[in-house]
Design a protein around this ligand. Structure first.
Ligand code: MGP
Length: 286
């Protein structure tokens, strides 16, 4: 049964409603006049109640970040990147001292928290969508992605090449896990599932996109004499890093033979000094 509101009550309701609307529009107007205009892309700041907010509480206005052990810097290069202007933020200090190697390289950003890492990761192009001849370099802040850097010059690299055709769908995950292990400094953790050990031996990781393949590399600050066995403490650490990289990060079996033809390589370590020599045979394979 329909309910009819008496005429007097309806008039009263209408009066209350229009007064309420008028009051709201005045207070809105006053508020707008008090607040500075937001620029495009700017986020309106809420009053800080002083309580810690994680990204799970408020994805835009969190004030509690999870710090990394150290800040990390992402660099990028491609044949086109030399066309982009160098600014104080994008250029690399003392780049000209590296014989042209850093000419195309641009600093993208430095971050020092888990939240900033994800903010960066979610806003950059994944390797599977990059054209050939491009590279991402993620290095501990203060270490330049060059052999000549004081923290790299006695070091070496673990590197693997994987062909495009087989791994297009997996390569982004391989690179993500490589970055996570680098910034989490977990590369010297064992494979037995025990708590991760912090490792400071890794200086940076590199993703190289080439026309037929991808190469993922991990640079270490020291390199062992390849003729030594696992009784040598540094050799033991380098092998532990290689095994963790192969199994826990890249997802292969420890004893898996990776070369099946084409562009695929085994996961191989060589010192930077040896890799400058053509046809170097001084390599360690896991
Ligand atoms: P690369 O990029 O490691 O090999 O080195 P890649 O990817 O097989 O070659 P690309 O042509 O596909 O990029 C290629 C060349 O870059 C080397 O032979 C060196 O001449 C130079 N180069 C590489 N690195 C890592 C350095 C470095 O750290 N310092 C200097 N000065 N030159 C480098």
């Amino acid at each position: 049964m329909a309910t009819t509101i008496p005429a007097e009550a309806a008039a009263q309701n209408e009066k209350v409603l229009s007064e309420a609307l008028a009051a709201t529009s005045i207070s809105d107007k006053e508020e707008k006049e008090d607040k500075p205009e937001l620029e495009e892309g700017e986020i309106e700041e809420e009053e800080d109640d002083g309580k810690p907010k994680t990204v799970f509480d408020d994805a835009a206005r969190f004030n509690l970040k999870h710090p990394l052990y150290a800040p990390w810097t992402l660099y990028f290069d491609s044949p086109q990147s030399k066309l982009t202007p160098k600014t104080e933020q994008t250029s690399i200090p003392n780049a000209s001292a590296h014989g042209g190697w850093l000419d195309n390289m641009r600093r993208v950003i430095t971050f020092d928290s888990v939240e900033e890492f994800w903010g960066l990761y979610n806003n950059i192009v994944p390797p599977s969508q990059l054209p050939g001849k491009t590279n991402y370099y993620l290095f501990k802040d203060g270490i330049i992605p060059a052999w000549e850097d004081a923290q790299n010059k006695n070091g070496g690299k673990w590197a693997i090449q994987v062909p495009h055709d087989k791994t297009k769908s997996q390569i982004d995950q391989m690179w993500l896990y490589t970055m996570l292990a680098a910034i989490g400094e977990t590369f010297e953790s064992g494979l037995d599932g025990s708590a991760p050990e912090r490792s400071d031996l890794v200086t940076g990781v590199i993703m190289s996109c080439r026309p037929g393949f991808y190469r993922i590399a991990l640079w270490t600050r020291d390199a062992p004499d390849v003729t030594l066995d696992e009784n040598d403490p540094l050799m033991k650490r380098i092998l532990a890093i290689g095994r963790y990289f192969k199994v826990a990060v890249l997802g292969y079996e420890l004893d898996q033979k990776l070369v099946t033809g084409g562009y695929q390589t085994e996961l191989t370590f060589e010192s930077h000094k040896d890799s400058e020599k053509k046809g170097n045979k001084n390599k360690i394979v896991v």
